[in-house]
Design a protein around this ligand. Structure first.
Ligand code: ZN
Length: 240
């Protein structure tokens, strides 16, 4: 679930600064794990050499009361996105899930209870994945582990259940600030690269504000927008 860091307090800035290095280290570890893992099992981004400069925007933790606002904003911007839904939220809001699908977006699983996969027994993990898939009215192929927490056992189990684990290559940091300008800066053309999978979250008005600012700037810089499934399937050479 999103965490908040109050950047107005010096102590919090120190925490934010330290956690930024931790996040950079985590991203480096994800890149290494992805290099050592078949692409059919784990994907963290698409091709860096994609001439159409495709990227994929992703939203975790929905659906919720703001999902339709997200769909309206995406519609205004004219871009598709990928929603990684928490199973128990999806079961409570089937109409919202149906709207996400009907409006042409991609849906993946994000666990049933948002418990990190490495903390679950093998049986509980498969149960969470299966119940989440059953709460979504279209077949899903992608699963994003809650909090991005990985273990080799969980990766293997998700793959054996027929799903591909998806992480991200660019964190918008929309869990760490409520300033839409700051989130938009984290998604500026200077930071985004072709093939990026961008991590964002539902339930946050500032995330929508950041999207409205960032997407036109990225588009002007030549980036195009697609779903994660298209981004990671649409090219063969992803480890460039
Ligand atoms: Zn989450």
């Amino acid at each position: 679930m999103p965490e908040d860091v109050d950047r107005t307090q010096p102590e919090s800035r120190l925490v934010a600064s330290a956690s930024r290095w931790a996040r950079i280290r985590s991203q480096a570890i994800r890149e290494l794990v992805a290099l050592a893992t078949p692409r059919s099992v784990l994907a963290i981004r698409g091709s860096r050499r994609d001439r159409t400069r495709r990227i994929a925007i992703t939203f975790d933790d929905g659906p919720d009361a703001m999902t339709r606002g997200y769909l309206d904003t995406l519609g205004e911007l004219g871009i598709p996105a990928t929603f990684f839904l928490i199973g128990e939220n999806a079961a409570r809001a089937p109409d919202a899930v149906a709207d996400v699908v009907r409006r042409g977006h991609e849906v993946g699983g994000h666990g049933w209870s948002h418990t990190p996969f490495p903390a679950l027994t093998a049986g509980a993990l498969l149960d969470e994945i299966g119940r989440t898939a059953a709460a979504i009215p279209v077949p899903i192929r992608l699963v994003r582990p809650p909090c991005g927490a990985l273990s080799m056992r969980a990766l293997a189990q998700v793959a054996s259940a027929g799903y591909r684990t998806v992480l991200w290559s660019l964190d918008s940091d929309d869990c760490r600030t409520r300033d839409p300008h700051e989130v938009a800066r984290r998604m500026s053309p200077a930071r985004v690269r072709s093939g990026d999978i961008v991590l964002m979250h539902e339930m946050q008005a500032w995330t929508l504000g950041a999207l409205r600012r960032a997407v036109p700037v990225l588009r002007d810089a030549g980036f195009t927008f697609t779903t994660v499934g298209d981004l990671i399937d649409g090219n063969r050479c992803v480890r460039d």
